[in-house]
Design a protein around this ligand. Structure first.
Ligand SMILES: Cc1ncc(COP(=O)(O)O)c(C=O)c1O
Length: 348
């Protein structure tokens, strides 16, 4: 069985000294573990005083931002994406800056690094604009700006968790949280048998519970999730090059079948994403559904971005209709990829 979300494969795991490790990853930065990535974003909004301002951001992004932007009365100025990189274009960013713009949210979508240095140079010294890096899909990509946040459970079987990377002088104190029922479901979901049962009978019960959870205020990360992150960190670090190699092989196979895959340069492949062949756009959902019969459980991140407006955002609209995220785990072998491809061929 093949799943997109991180699966636990028990083996010899060694607890990493996570603070030491992360401090070497992010020197001179303050690191704060939060319950979710979105909490980290809320902290950023508050610390940067983004209330009542405008933020430039991709139209093709997770809908979790919508309630946060509304709550803080921030006007999102959405920008269409490039279908080859899923990134917003520098010229669009520059043309949409107004006197109310305080921040630019860039996203390393699916693990594809956005070139922050190039954007900064195109901004020609505009130090009044803060670049916020959404690294929710991009552990392994080094943030280039002072402010970034990660979503740990997308790449680690940590059940939940965000990581805020920010300046050392930000004063942050967060309420503690503890392992709850939703975390327990997420833990089960990291094992193939339960993940299968949830997919088969629970209609994605774990992701839905996760979406519904409403913690209005940012909170800290529970101890168990932090432990899981620490235990899987070294394994992740060691197996990332393998994940990247296997993902590239996967991309080649998908390309042969007419899928459009994205540039793999420095991609950390949080998701193995591909656009279904143009002539099969209307069949995307059917393909995803039929692959389940072969125990290949894909996702469609994001078939429901915040806005779906064809006229203004044609590429976002197209990506939302054609995207499929294929299962990928760090421990997959060439044989696993071949099995998935075989199922895709049968479905096509
Ligand atoms: C691009 C992106 N940013 C931010 C988030 C929020 O992360 P979290 O679910 O940890 O709050 C998500 C996912 O939900 C996401 O896909």
């Amino acid at each position: 069985m093949f799943f997109v979300h991180p699966q636990i494969k028990l083996g010899r795991l060694r607890k990493a000294d996570i603070i030491k490790k992360l401090s070497s990853y992010f020197p001179d930065k303050q690191l704060v573990f939060t319950d979710m990535g979105r909490s980290a974003f809320k902290i950023i909004v508050e610390k940067l005083n983004l209330q009542n301002s405008e933020i430039l951001m991709p139209a093709y992004i997770c809908d979790i931002f919508k309630p946060i932007l509304e709550r803080y009365n921030i006007k999102p100025v959405f920008l269409d994406i490039d279908l080859k990189t899923f990134h917003i274009k520098h010229e669009d960013i520059i043309s949409k800056i107004t006197s109310r713009t305080k921040a630019i949210l860039v996203c390393h979508t699916y693990g594809l690094p956005f070139d922050v240095d190039a954007l900064r140079s195109d901004l020609r010294g505009r130090t009044d604009l803060t670049i916020i890096e959404d690294c929710a899909h991009a552990f392994g990509v080094k943030p280039k700006s002072d402010i970034a946040f990660f979503s740990l459970y997308k790449q680690f079987p940590a059940l939940r968790g965000g990581l805020l990377v920010c300046p050392k002088d930000w004063q942050i104190s967060l309420p503690k949280t503890s392992f709850n029922f939703r975390d327990f479901i997420s833990l089960l979901n990291c094992f193939a048998l339960f993940a299968f049962i949830f997919k088969k009978f629970g209609k994605d019960i774990a992701p839905k519970m996760l979406r519904k959870e409403k913690l209005p205020e940012p909170a800290g990360l529970n101890k168990l999730s932090l432990k899981l992150f620490s235990y899987f960190f070294e394994d992740f670090e060691k197996s990332l090059p393998h994940r990247i190699n296997i993902a590239k092989l996967f991309q080649l196979e998908l390309k042969k079948l007419g899928f459009e895959v994205q540039d793999s340069k420095n991609n950390v492949f949080c998701y193995l994403s591909a656009l279904v062949p143009n002539n099969l756009t209307d069949k995307r959902d059917e393909i995803v559904e039929k692959l389940r019969k072969y125990h290949v459980f894909c996702t469609r991140i994001w078939h429901t971005p915040i806005i779906l407006n064809h006229e203004e955002f044609p590429n976002t609209f197209e990506a939302a209709r054609r995207i499929i995220n294929f299962p990928l785990q760090n421990y997959y072998t060439e044989r696993d990829i071949k099995k998935i491809i075989k199922a895709v061929k049968k479905v096509l």
